[in-house]
Design a protein around this ligand. Structure first.
Ligand code: TTP
Ligand code: MG
Length: 422
């Protein structure tokens, strides 16, 4: 058994009844596979609230809620507020019913972005293999860094957590495992200030009684379909024949069923400057008519729009991509557009391009991409002549809010529901 690693004094300490023999801390990290694992997921604790508490120490022990900005919902609740039942995405009035003495602070996204970037910059000092997932979380692959950092990834991460606390003034939770799927689950196990390890030996047992929803890619509708077949846990999912799984989960079935056994081959993809954001889909049956292709294009426009919004980017050009049954690729681009991240405004030019491309050719794939990217701050402002843009932006953000609360299927445009005619 490896000696316990103290997360406070960072020594490999001989333990005296659950405490570090060097500094007395109870925060010891011990696991048979600890020094063999290299995949990590790091997530900041109650991120927005933590930044506000850092900047105003009088808030340290108070319940703090960030929210009530443009949206009437909770963006984040600190861990004190969470003890009263306050949660992200809860309507503000409910949160205040649960915790009337909470300190409510309007979000200051620019400030959080600076803090998020500082954490990220520090990650890049550990390894170039950093894959940011959102403003406050990232995957890291620390394989091959032992010599550089004079220690195992586990130790490097413990040092990192301490450094973030000391230098940035917020806390993080770390998950360490042998792949992304389990590292992400691990980081959530002991929040806040957590550090959890899931090793190869225990992974299958650990997953058995967990709900299928912890597998990324099994969204609300797949969960429903599985639940109708009596499958709610991962152990049950493992017993389903692959053919049945294909019917319930589509093309991803094999990847998802491997995850049920704790296997995940996804690499940590380092951040590259994003040049374009796109989405595409291959049809089960080739499609010819504009009426059949249009709904697919709309769904993809929504997807690209979601990704642009998540990345705080807007596109100034839109590309339509089509592949015919001979695998010949056709791309058509509209550029010089006013910057947008709205689904409707990505869709419109692409729809025109699609109309022109529907000349009887059967297509097996359609895609849409936004390029010439710029900061979202410049997007969808509208001008006096065109207030419809502002209206569209309001409408889409209302839809986004409903989806945030009730899932993607809660609001669907008529187009998205149209099935191809055959
Ligand atoms: P999370 O990492 O999901 O949440 P968190 O950091 O507040 O708390 P945890 O300790 O559980 O990780 O999201 C990061 C930030 O993103 C969060 O501080 C605020 C923002 N956010 C929203 O604005 N709305 C939401 O519904 C969620 C989930 C997050
Ligand atoms: Mg977080």
């Amino acid at each position: 058994m490896t000696a316990p690693l103290c997360r406070d004094c960072l020594t490999l300490a001989a333990r005296t009844v659950g405490r570090c023999s060097a500094c007395g801390s109870p925060r010891l990290l011990q696991h048979p596979e600890r020094d063999l694992l290299t995949f990590a997921h790091v997530d900041c604790d109650a991120f927005f609230a933590a930044v506000e508490k850092r900047d105003d120490p009088s808030l340290a022990d108070k319940p703090v809620i960030i929210g009530g900005g443009k949206r009437g919902v909770v963006s984040t609740a600190c861990y004190v507020a969470r003890t009263y039942g306050v949660r992200s995405a809860m309507p503000m009035f409910k949160a205040l019913q649960a915790c009337p003495h909470a300190v409510v602070i309007k979000p200051n996204i620019d400030k959080y972005r600076v803090a998020g970037r500082a954490v990220r910059d520090m990650m890049f000092e550990l390894t170039p293999l950093v894959e940011p997932v959102s403003i406050d979380e990232a995957f890291l692959d620390l394989s091959g860094t032992e010599r550089l950092h004079h220690g195992s990834p586990a130790l490097t991460l413990a040092r990192f957590a301490k450094r973030v606390e000391n230098e940035i003034g917020i806390t993080i939770s770390v998950g360490l495992s042998y792949n992304k799927f389990l590292a992400k689950i691990a980081s959530d196990l002991a929040k806040p200030r957590g550090y959890s390890i899931i090793g190869r030996q225990e992974a299958a047992d650990f997953l058995a009684d967990k709900p299928v929803s912890i597998i990324p890619g099994i969204g609300a509708s797949a969960q429903n379909r599985l639940a109708r077949a009596g499958i709610t846990t991962i152990a049950q999912l493992r017993t389903v024949p692959l053919k049945t799984l294909f019917e319930a989960l589509g093309r991803d079935a094999q990847r998802l069923s491997r995850m049920a056994w704790g296997q995940d081959d996804r690499m940590v993809k380092p951040e590259r400057e994003t040049k374009s954001i796109s989405a595409e889909t291959t049809f089960d049956t080739d499609l010819k008519s504009f009426e059949d292709l249009e709904p697919a294009l709309w769904r993809l426009s929504e997807k690209v729009s979601r990704r642009l919004k998540a990345a705080d980017l807007a596109g100034r050009s839109v590309t339509l991509k089509l592949k015919d049954t001979e695998f010949r690729l056709l791309t058509r681009t509209r550029s010089g557009l006013p910057p947008t991240q709205l689904a409707q405004r990505l869709f419109e030019p692409a729809r025109q391009l699609l109309k022109a491309a529907c000349d009887g050719t059967a297509y097996r794939l359609i895609g849409i991409g936004a390029a010439d990217l710029c900061d979202a701050a410049e997007a969808d402002k509208g001008d006096l002549a065109d207030q419809s843009v502002v209206k569209q932006a309001h409408m889409e953000s209302a839809i986004d809010r409903i989806r945030e609360k009730f899932g993607a299927a809660a609001v669907q445009k008529g187009l998205a529901l149209r099935k191809p005619q055959r």
